[in-house]
Structure formats: C-alpha cells, structure tokens
Design a protein around this ligand. Sequence first.
Ligand code: NOJ
Length: 543
Amino acid sequence: MPTDWWRGAVIYQIYIRGFGDGDGDGIGDVAGIRARLPYLARLGVDAIWITPWYPSPMADGGYDVADYRDIDPVLGTLAEADTLIAEAHQHGLRVILDIVPNHTSSAHPWFQAALGAAPGSAERERYLFRDGSGAGGDLPPNNWRSVFGGPAWTRVPDGQWYLHMFAPGQPDLNWAEPAVRAEFEDILRFWFDRGVDGFRIDVANRMAKDPALPDLAGPVAPGQHPYQDRDEVHDIYRGWRRVADSYDPPRVFVAEAWMQDQDRFALYVRGDELHTAFNFDFLTTPWDCAATRDSIDGTLARLRRVDAPATWVLSNHDVVRHLSRFGRPPHAQGRGAHFVQLNALADSPLDIELGTRRARAAALLLLALPGSGYVYQGDELGLWEVEDLPDDVLQDPTWEQSGRTNRGRDGCRVPLPWSGDGPPFGFGPPGSSPWLPQPSAWKALTAARQEEDPGSMLSLYRTAIALRGTLDVLGDGPLAWLPDVPDGVLAFLRGRDFVCAVNYSAAEPWPLPAGASVLLASGPLPDGRLPADTGVWLEFRGR
Ligand code: NOJ
C-alpha cells in the first residue's frame, strides 16, 4: 500500500474492552483482538484503531492513563501487544493507537508526585494546580464545568485545587510546560518504534489553556477561548508531525476534535499538522437529505482549501449508535441527539426495523464518499444502542457526575455478539460474564449467524468494502452531484461511471437512471426503483 494509504482507508474502531475476551474475565483484551484478526481481514478493512489499552484505574473507560508505555495487565502484556502489531501487519491491517494527551490518570506517577510536592513546585507545574477563590480559597478557582457534569476542579488536602475537564481521576496536563511536550513526543516514538502506524488523538482541541484560567464568560474571539481550540495547540501538532514524518513510512494522525466552527476545524489538518480529523459534523447530521448534502458539501469545500481528505464517521464509543438514532423520529436525531440522555428518549420509541434499513443505506453512503471511512465495532453487525442496562452495571462516570441524570455511553459499549444462542455469545469462553450484559435478542445478530446470510448487515459491509477495493474511483478523489434528481434523493458520481444514491424521502421511489446497472443495494429495488431509506451503488457501463 502507498504511504498515503490513510487518504482513502476504511478504518475499524476497536473498543478493546467490548471486542473479544481471550481469558474469560469478562473484559475484552489483546488476546481477543488477536483471535479475531482473520475476521477483520475478511471484513476487508485497511486498519484498526484500538482505544486505550494502557494501565488505567478505569475512571473513564481507559481514557485515564497511568502509564503510556505499557499495557494494562487486565488486557495483556507489552510483548503480546508487539505480537498483535506484527500479526495485524501480516493480515494487511495497519494499527492506530489512541493517545490521551489532555490529561493523565490521577494514578500517573507525575500526578502522584505533584500531590506529594508543595504548591508552586516543578511537580505541580506539569498540571494545573491553583489556589481557590472566595474566603479561605474554599471555592473553585474559576467557573469551568467538567464535560461529565459538576465543577472541573477538585481540592487536595493542602487546600489547592487541580483542573480536570473530565473526571476527577483525569487531571489536565499543563501544555505550556516544556517537559509535557517532550514527554509526549517521546511516547509517540516509543510506539512508532514498535511499528504502530498512527495515533488517534483524544480531545485534540483542548490541550492548550489560557494561562490566566479566566472564568468562562460570554462569546470569545476565535482562538481565544480559555480552554478549547486555542491557537497554541497548532504548534504542538507541528512538532508531532515532524516526529511522524521522521519515520519510514511516515506515521499518521487522526484528531478527535468536537468543534462548532468548521472553518477552525480545517486548521487542524493543514499540511504540516495532522493528517485527518473525525468528521463529527457528518456524525451529528440527522437522517435528512438536504442536511446530509449540506454536511458533505461543507466538509469537502473546507478540506479542499487545506488539501486534506475527509473522514466519514457515524458511530463511536461516545455516541448513541446510529441505528438507534436513525430509527427514531427526526426530533430525536438532530444535532446534539448523539449525546442525548437516553432517559430523555423514552417518549421517542425506537423502530429497529427502520433504523436497520437506514443504517444499511448509510453504510453504502459512508463507503462511497471521498476520503476515509470509519466503522465502529458492531456497526457491521447492525447493533443497536442498549438502552435498558440496569443502573447498577453502569460504568460511565457521566452517570454519577451528572447526579444520575445522564445514563452515559455504556449502551454503545456492550460486548459484541460473535456466536451462539445466549450470552456471552462467544465474546468470551462459555460461562464467562461480559462486563456489561448483552441483550438476548442479539442472538439473531451474532457474526456467526450473519456469516451464513447473504442478506445480513455483515454481508453488506463485506461486499461493499470488497467492491470499494476494486473500484479505483472510490476512496479519495472528487465527487460530483448527479443532476436532475428529485428532492429527497441524494445521488453523486465518483469518476464517470459510478453513482451512489440514497432515497431519504418516503414520497416516491426513485426510478433508477437508464443505462445503469446495480452493483449493490441496501434493500430491495422493486420495479427498478429506489424506495425510501434505501441506498444503491450503480455503474454506467461503457459510458
Ligand atoms: C474522548 C473519548 O472518546 C471519551 O471516551 C473520553 O471520555 C474523553 N475523550 C476524555 O478522555
């Protein structure tokens, strides 16, 4: 594969604790991934992205890292990780790891040293410690709120406070401190030297903070927000790019940056910074033709200016699975609905059959758009969000930090069903208990069952990814909208002969254009027409 493989790759996200459990402790692990590499190779993806596997007290699903240069003993060993990287490469799969630079775990030796050191010490300088406000410093230093709920500050016994934009177990690092920069460049090299092909960067737009840590008050000029998308963050990435480019082949980055301002978003993928960034604008677009077309046009126009390829993402481990978003009425799927508090969805019933039909059409759309596409584990099995997890199994810190008002993200992290008629559905050995309970209805969705069914979601993904591999016009490259298409139908050309079309409208089935032959369809095409909530790949032969 060429060194710019990342411009048009299909990348599979492995949320490691929910993927495959090799040792039977109920938690997915490195052995579980190794055992399933043939499955991933057969699915046809180009790369895997593995969510954090480092030692972690699990204050936030592993995004609280205690040691960036090791593997959590619950998940495996460093030697086993090396073997996995080598085996993945033998299967033709690149390996992307997850780096968490905004914060460490409170169990990280740096933070432990900071706790043991005095206010103003070099150890505390690596984090954001401050005196409190109010009489006796009893109040937090400013009014910032944690993303998970509650204040973003926790007090330590000597009276100072430390900043954590997420859980209290995730203290924010001070990126103005040169030691922090040097440490992370070294961590990148540690894994690149082991053959890792790239990194997904957690919270990539939040590392730089205004050193004055002012209260959040009213609107601010672009680049001047006290804790997100500050201009200084770009300098960090120029340094990281130099590290990545010093390898042969060069290593790559994908940024996780949730941003309102899509023009600012494009700055992260300028030629001397990161290679790609997740397209959350697309992820948060409801099932609506005009909104989807706008999102695609906006994405491509902005990224063209910086010559970066787009990415297309529908689900990940932080959002309600897209099958469950698309299977609800429009008001429950719009922008913001991806983080919707699941208890707030109670009045908005899920139609699984509708969600599945749309998810099938969406798969064909995602895999035909220009750039790289992400598949979140279980998308290819047609899994839905598990919305009825009992309170006492919930693990996401959001649940407690929101005062038990937001049930959080566990519903999209439930371990995958691989085989068999009941839990653990081959996720772990018989008799093991997955760390989150699997719905018994997933019996119909196991990978083993879907293998045998040419009409299954798994078969659709496999066929589409395989076809994508044979069609040079897919992946990175231009897109042109097909003219004379009715409202409610999204249809575009890739190259001269390939068309992807999705009908979002319940009004009229769309008669397929004359001279087109069907390469693949997400559902039946009665009388040569494309019905609602269906997608199709067409080819004009010999044009
Ligand atoms: C984004 C990760 O995807 C999410 O799971 C995590 O909670 C936050 N960053 C904090 O690290």
